[in-house]
Ligand binder design. Structure first.
Ligand code: KG4
Ligand code: ZN
Length: 341
């Protein structure tokens, strides 16, 4: 019988402290998430120092809860997986130090995981039969990538943002509209009441037509300029129309590049990952465009889209299978690149 590998995974790269127990990279026995959103909301965004302190306060209890909910003991786990980058350095260090101490005390292997690889891996939990190669669109608060996953642990970045991440753009526009933090879900909801053709916002134009890169800062400025000019003229802003028109511009950019990546690589599968993968307009547009082009579009359920440790446990398992175990010298790497080891 195949041995069941149980990995306890820890995630603390931003504003969620999470611990999970995942079997063979796909079966989630527990996935505990302590979100700090209510605290950071007051500041309109994540305050790094506050995030680190809050991770320290709860990381031990969150890990214990993950073990208890999985109905196992710490001794039952086969390895400890942990996010070591990219992310906020202070926040990463908390999870990493905890994971190292645990791995050392239990005499179990430590497996450092790239947070972005974790996001991609969330699709292996959701879609048990999924196997590389496929194109993955990673869209979160900190990252925007079109990636070709050739094999487990093998990634080719085909396009990425040159400035703001997609989620970051959502958060900034939501703030300008007075919708609060995090802005993505709020714009998603408000846009349903608006007309996406009401205002024509521009898409970044690169000189290189073949580029699959993104840029959202020009779009952000265009929305802010529109809001300012309306205020100067004393005209009332239809926030739902702004939300819908902004969202259309973001989603079309993401979907076009993801589709082009599939054509280039001749694959008929796109997996989406990251917090913005919960966006209803992105989901619908990708599914429709996928249908037209014979491309299967896969999403994780929302709880696996935003930061969580189950996705880290999944990515750690595929590293474990390749014998890639980290040393106790492992340090946090705030700007860790995809595929970098
Ligand atoms: O993956 P995630 O939890 O954290 C990072 O690794 O960055 O993503 C959080 C981001 C935030 O910017 C949030 O506004 C965005 O995901 N988000 C959404 C939606 N839900 C979360 N953006 C658009 N539509 C949504 N429904
Ligand atoms: Zn993330």
């Amino acid at each position: 019988m195949e041995k069941k590998i149980k990995i306890l995974a820890i995630e603390s790269s931003c504003d969620e402290t999470s611990a999970a127990v995942v079997v063979n990279g796909k079966d989630v026995l527990s996935n505990v998430i302590a979100s700090q959103i209510d605290t950071h909301k007051k500041f309109g965004g994540v305050v790094p120092e506050v995030a680190s302190r809050m991770h320290i306060e709860v990381v031990g209890a969150v890990a214990k809860e993950a073990i208890d909910k999985a109905n196992i003991t710490f001794e039952d786990i086969d390895a400890v997986g942990v996010t070591y980058g990219p992310g906020l350095v202070g926040a990463l260090l908390v999870g990493l130090q905890y994971a190292k101490a645990l791995a050392f005390a239990l005499d179990k292997p430590l497996i450092g995981v790239n947070h972005i690889e974790g996001h991609i891996s969330s699709n292996f939990i959701q879609h048990k039969d999924l196997e590389p190669p496929f194109v993955c669109l990673v869209v979160s608060g900190g990252h925007t990538f079109v990636v070709y996953m050739k094999d487990y642990g093998k990634f080719e970045v085909m396009g990425q943002t040159r400035d703001d991440a997609a989620g970051e753009a959502y958060d900034k526009i939501a703030r300008a509209l007075g919708l609060g933090y995090p802005g993505g879900p709020k714009i998603d909801k408000l846009a349903k009441e608006g007309n996406q053709h009401a205002i024509k916002f521009p898409r970044a134009n690169f000189h290189d037509d073949a580029s699959l890169d993104f840029s959202f800062s020009g779009l952000k400025s265009a929305v802010l300029n529109y809001l300012n000019s309306m205020e100067m003229k004393g005209e009332e802003v239809n926030k739902a129309d702004v939300a819908a028109s902004f969202q259309k511009a973001v989603v079309e950019f993401l979907v076009d590049n993801a589709m082009r990546a599939c054509k280039i690589k001749k694959v008929n599968k796109i997996a989406v990952a990251g917090g913005v993968a919960s966006n209803s307009c992105l989901r619908n547009t990708l599914i429709n465009r996928g249908r037209e082009n014979d491309i299967e579009v896969l999403f994780p359920e929302p709880i696996l889209c935003t930061d969580n440790a189950a996705m880290i446990g999944s990515a750690a398992y595929f590293e474990f299978l390749k014998g890639r175990v980290s040393s106790m010298e492992l340090n946090a790497v705030p700007n860790l690149k995809l595929g970098q080891r």
